[in-house]
Every structure is written in structure tokens, then in C-alpha cells.
Design a protein around this ligand. Sequence first.
Ligand code: ATP
Ligand code: MG
Length: 261
Amino acid sequence: MPDASPFLAVENLTKAFGGVRAVDSVSFTLAANEMRCVIGPNGCGKTTLFNLLTGYLPPTSGSIHFEGADIPGRPLYEIARAGIIRKFQVPSVFPGLTVDENLRIALAGKANPGKVGTGFPSGFAKREGRAERIHILERVRLDRHRHDVAGTLSHGQKQWLELALVLAGSPRLMLLDEPAAGMTRAEKQETIRLIRSVHDESGISALVIEHDMDFVEALECEVMVMMLGRVVASGSYAAMRDDPMVREAYLGNGHTGGGHG
Ligand SMILES: Nc1ncnc2c1ncn2[C@@H]1O[C@H](COP(=O)(O)OP(=O)(O)OP(=O)(O)O)[C@@H](O)[C@H]1O
Ligand SMILES: [Mg+2]
């Protein structure tokens, strides 16, 4: 008897930009409740993979099935409503609005997909969803900053606000593109705690792109290694760390400081 379809199934996924195969015949599955890190050198196709999974770009070929349904070809809001929600590599909060207002927009966007412009949709009163917003902000430890203007937050807090905006979308699969980029050591540790607690408490599946190998190790999840658009290895952090090919091509000789730059 065939197994039930996997939570996320990617098969022979390819995205070519001219002659460059940014994502090249990538196949993998992800189980419900699973978290996995995606690592690999700059330009190996990690963000492009996220762009394909979220419908931001159409694949050149190959397939993506999420909970049994085809992803490519569906409008962005439909994919988001199905529960695939991403955090971009570059923070994209509205800096002139408060933390709470940013969250109101995200929640309004969920209620009225495709209808959110620059203002608040009418009928989305301040009090509406207040408890939900406070709950989300507590989860990312920003509840005390609810009324702060987002532009005045520290870099780390802006990234946590991004995580709050992801949570506002009721994700079933969250895609986090370098959630700890540019953070201080303390902020990184807090981010690890946040991601782990969100994952452990809600069972939200996650793919996490990250260059910082200490961060990857601390997330304690499976690791998928990409190079030149391909998935070249996957397994535990320890197995990847000790894989000679991965060490040679990505980690360098013996250090675990990541491949950024
Ligand atoms: N929209 C695009 N048009 C043309 N080429 C692109 C586009 N997006 C990405 N590329 C190219 O595809 C390749 C993969 O880029 P991608 O951004 O996915 O890498 P990445 O692994 O996320 O890198 P980084 O670690 O630096 O964020 C690169 O060669 C990049 O220049
Ligand atoms: Mg990237």
C-alpha cells in the first residue's frame, strides 16, 4: 500500500536563470513537524529554493507538493494561506509603523489576501485581534515593545518582529532565510531559543537557511547541504561536520565558522 503523501515533497526541482541553474534537480521531502537547516556557500541557490517554495518564482522544471497539493502556478496568497510563510533574508518590516501596527497589517493581510495596500483595511479596528497580537509578541519576546516604532528597534528585535509577522500568517511550514544574520552573539542565542520554542510548542515545520555553523549546531536538527544548485549531502549536524566533502567545499579545513563572505 502506498504511503500517505509527504508533508512537503520536492522532486527534480530546477530553476535556470539564463545559463545558470541556480537550483538544479533538487529532490527532498520534509515531514510534518520537522525542522531542517539548509547550508551552503554564497550563491548556491538557497534563497532561490525558498523563492520556488513560496511561489515567488516559477520553476523551470520539477515539482513541489505541499500536503499533497501542487505549489507551482498557484498565486502567492494562496500558497501563503496554505501555510507556507517565509521570512526574507533582508528585514522588511515597515520602519515608520509601530510593532503592533506591523502585526496588524500582517494579520489583516491574512484576513484579506491580496487586498493590503498602504493603509489599514477598513473594519480592522485596533482592538480587533489584540489578544492574538499580544500572544504572538510574547512568543518572540517583543510584548514590551508593542508600541515602539519598528525603525527604532535593534537589529535583532527587527528580525524577531519578522518572525512575529511569519507567525501572524499561521504557518504550517516556515521558511527562515538567515534569521540570525548580523546579530550579536546574545541575540543569536535568543533567536535559537525563539525558533526552538516556536517549533517545539507549535510543531510548525521549518526550513532554516543559516551560515553560522554554531547556530546550525544549536538548532539540533537535520542539515541539508547545497552546492552549485544541488543538494549534495544531508544528515545530522555531526555527520555533515565530519563529511570530508562538506568540510572541503564549505566549511574549509577544520573550522566551523561558516562560509559567508
Ligand atoms: N532573479 C535572479 N535572476 C538572475 N539570477 C539570479 C536571480 N536570483 C538568483 N540568481 C542567481 O542564482 C544563484 C543562486 O542565488 P541565491 O540567491 O539563491 O543564492 P544563496 O544560496 O541564497 O546565496 P547567499 O548565501 O549569498 O544568500 C546565484 O548565482 C545568483 O546570482
Ligand atoms: Mg540567500
